[in-house]
Write a protein that binds this ligand. Structure first.
Ligand code: ZN
Length: 142
């Protein structure tokens, strides 16, 4: 257990103790696809494949999941969706007051085009975080 752990980030190597590495993973500074040198096994491996770091990765993923139930396929952020309604309430009111039929049509259009969107990038690209694709995106972004 005397050997040093090494974290490789963009061709730079950082020596660290296992405790430091664990803290970095918990803080989200170590990404799963970073290379880590495991002195116990005397070889390099992806951070996500190192048994000693798995509990920390799991804890980090769980802390991310507390932010919401959905993940955005466009920006990779975790959050609950918000409802986006097209058009404006002002136009809707004017139409209702001046022209009843266009008002009804406009209201119908607004109602039917309502969609759940990402609160960060406003795109309708949210998927459940628990889906296989959601888990994949999460693993890529942490
Ligand atoms: Zn987004």
């Amino acid at each position: 257990m005397s050997g040093k752990w090494v974290l490789r980030i963009e061709d730079k190597d950082y020596a660290a103790t296992l405790e430091q590495l664990r803290a970095w993973v918990t803080e989200g500074r170590v990404q799963p696809q970073f290379y880590v040198f495991n002195p116990t096994l005397d070889r390099w491996a992806y951070a996500k494949e190192i048994e000693e770091l798995k509990p920390q990765f799991l804890a980090f993923v769980q802390s991310r999941q507390r932010h919401g139930s959905s993940i955005c396929t466009a920006c990779g952020k975790v959050g609950n969706p918000i409802t986006h309604t097209k058009g404006s309430i002002f136009i809707e009111l004017v139409l209702w007051l001046c022209f009843l039929i266009p008002g009804i049509l406009y209201s119908l259009w607004r109602m039917t085009t309502k969609e759940k969107v990402c609160r960060y990038c406003r795109k309708a690209s949210l998927i459940p975080i628990n889906s296989p694709q959601g888990q994949q995106i999460l693993a890529r972004t942490i």
